[in-house]
Ligand binder design. Structure first.
Ligand code: GAP
Length: 431
């Protein structure tokens, strides 16, 4: 874990938030490589779950919504955490994270009585900071989907089962244990509300379990580090009849929630119908029946996904007396797809040819240029940030228009015609 945190900082994946002012606990900034990784992950998710399917529609709802939405959804009343404070060191802990411990895990001090609080951030719309101006930063993207349910039905007339998907920021006033990016105050959610007939909920719940698990495994997370865990009755969210967490075996404290899958029944549509006065029933055109569809909800965190991906991609290998660090990221999400080098930085003809290749690959892929140090060092630097392929332009290139392609995982090198490079990378990225 320390190695990942240090690599993330050093190579520009993740920086501590507000660092030059001493930081702000549980906030993180994503550097040039982190933003690429996150964007690639979201793009891949969108392609898999929205664009490749005919039954899922995309949405981008607002962060700020009418506060009545959070009353109708039950969040104002029931989205509650319980915390205690250590009387000696004044650290605060969420009771459900203490796993039954009766004394402060930091200093052994006694706890105050448990206190309940709503972890939604509040703000004010307009200049007056009174209760009528309160707005909440959304703690989940799901509600934008429920309140736009009728709009999407009216525009697209989907047949059940169908889903609505959204990726966006969510905010929670978390009491956290500071495990790097595992739990932060703001994060991005990738959520789908999948609308179904009530009788089919178990079937779709099972299908989504497989889809969620396969998706993260396809990004290199090892199956043996994953497991499903059912929420007990006292743990279920106010809207859920069944929740299963897909857990990952994190290096801090073992298995913890990676993703959540909830059977939200018709709770949300029913409540929004009741409190908004709008009819959010779905009309089945074949039977003519009106009803509130039930919902199965896969909810996946963007940043939460990054940790297992980085942890399971990280390898160290002995290589001719030194240690090679490799991030074996799936090429689809790797920040850079290709690095281009001239063999020697002081040979103008090599630099010119390499620049030409670099510029032409850049039209289709995120490509990086490197001409510092020797080739071995450049390979190592790219391995450490997960670049799947390096292209080297040498004197042979000037004679026969071929380059060397070196593979990150196998270190194998092959010669390929410059005119075949686009196809070579595209075929591998499409796999
Ligand atoms: N709409 C359902 C929902 O929000 P959740 O289990 O509370 O469910 C879904 O959150 C996912 O969001 C989690 O499985 C996790 O991946 C991510 N997540 C939740 N809180 C987070 C936090 N404070 N920081 C980072 N990721 C978080």
């Amino acid at each position: 874990m320390e190695k990942i945190v240090s690599l993330c900082k050093r190579r520009g994946f993740v920086y501590p938030g507000s660092e030059i002012y001493g930081g702000l606990a549980n906030t993180w900034d994503y550097g040039p490589l982190g933003v690429e990784l996150k964007n690639n992950l979201k793009k891949h998710w969108w392609k898999t779950f929205v664009q490749s399917r005919d039954d899922i529609f995309g949405l981008d709802g607002g962060i700020l919504m009418n506060p009545k939405i959070w009353e109708s959804s039950g969040h104002v009343k029931s989205f509650i955490d319980t915390l205690v404070e250590c009387k000696s060191c004044h650290k605060r802990f969420r009771v459900d994270f203490l796993e039954g411990k009766k004394a402060c895990p930091e200093c052994g001090g006694k706890f105050t009585e448990p206190k309940k609080f709503v972890p939604m951030f509040k703000t004010f719309i307009g200049p007056a900071e009174d209760s009528s101006a309160i707005a909440y930063l959304r703690p989940e993207t799901a509600q934008a989907i429920f309140v736009n349910f009728k709009n999407i039905i009216d525009s697209f007339h989907p047949k059940i089962p169908f889903g609505i998907a959204q990726i966006g920021k969510a905010f929670r006033n978390e009491i956290t244990l500071g495990n790097f990016i595992f739990r932060s105050l703001e994060f991005e959610l990738m959520e789908i509300e999948y609308f179904i007939h009530e009788k089919d909920w178990k079937k779709y719940f099972g299908e989504w379990q497989k889809l969620m698990e396969n998706w993260i495994i396809s990004l290199g997370v090892r199956k043996e580090n994953l497991r499903w865990r059912s929420h007990g009755k006292d743990e279920l969210s106010h809207y859920s009849k069944r929740t299963e967490d897909l857990e990952y075996n994190f290096p801090f404290g073992g298995f913890k929630e990676l993703y959540g899958l909830a059977y939200r029944t018709d709770f949300d549509l029913k409540n929004h119908s009741k409190f908004s006065g709008q009819d959010l029933n779905y009309q089945d055109l074949e039977t003519g029946k009106n009803f509130f569809p039930h919902v199965v909800e896969p909810a996946m965190g963007v940043e939460r996904s990054l940790l297992p991906i980085l942890l399971d991609a990280y390898r160290e290998e002995k290589d001719k007396g030194s240690v090679r660090v490799i991030l074996s990221l799936n090429p689809k999400i790797a920040p850079y797809k290709v690095a281009v080098f001239p063999l020697l930085a002081n040979k103008a003809e090599l630099v010119k040819k390499a620049k030409e290749i670099y510029e032409s690959l850049k039209l289709n892929f995120n490509v990086v240029w490197d001409d510092r140090g020797n080739i071995g060092k450049r390979y190592y630097a790219q391995d450490e940030i997960g670049t799947p392929w390096c292209v080297t332009v040498d004197f042979k290139t000037l004679e026969d228009k071929t380059v060397t392609i070196r593979d990150r995982d196998t270190m194998k090198q092959e010669r390929l015609g410059v005119d075949k490079l686009q196809d070579f990378f595209q075929t591998r990225l499409d796999k």
